[in-house]
Unconditional design. Sequence first.
Length: 251
Amino acid sequence: MQYTLKKSLGQHFLRDESICKQIVAALQENPFKRLVEVGPGGGALTKYLLPLKEIDFKAVELDDEKVLYLEKTYPAIKGKIIHQSILDIDAPFDEQFTVVGNFPYNISSQILFKVLDWKELVPVMIGMFQKEVAMRIVSQPGSKVYGILSVLVQAFYEVEYLFDVPPASFDPPPKVMSGMIRLKRKEESLVIKSEKHLTTLVKAAFNQRRKMLRNAVRGLFDETILQDEIFNKRAEQLSIQQFGELTFKMR
């Protein structure tokens, strides 16, 4: 049984067995009992995940044709597919679960924010992104690509760039390099006034990243607080901790 690729769903299917094995090896470095694969597509990675012993497995797949293909090709997956978009579902388990996937490029950042919504339940995520996005997620203060994604993810997770995945590993080959990253939930997440305050601050700061922080976030603080020296910096010069501390001084 064959399937077709749907550009509208950002589909590039993994076909490199050695990459699949590397992903499974990375997964197994942190023990888990429940696993959710996002976007199994043609099942390249799924076929290595289904046989894992004593694991409660679910796969989230939106595309009708791929659901039929997976059920026919890997009968063990029957009853384990959530036939919806990852962006539209509630957490697939009530207890801790690990997330893995070759994420569709066009919604990869939104998937990341979904995982952040579920962070109380997701201790580990191993995901494939366009390399440029992966580098943004793991970048540190002072880097040109350090930004909103870096701060909001690293407030709650330790981040690690695992390895490159070249275009030839996919069918069809994308025009860009991909990269696997791992998120591990921090034992103690960033101390903040609230997630809403952090998100508002970080977005305001980086939306005008060339400006001094004082000008970028002016509406969020009283003028007296804006005299503080830290506001002479640009957003990319601030550490995650500094963003956290600033949330307590917001209006």
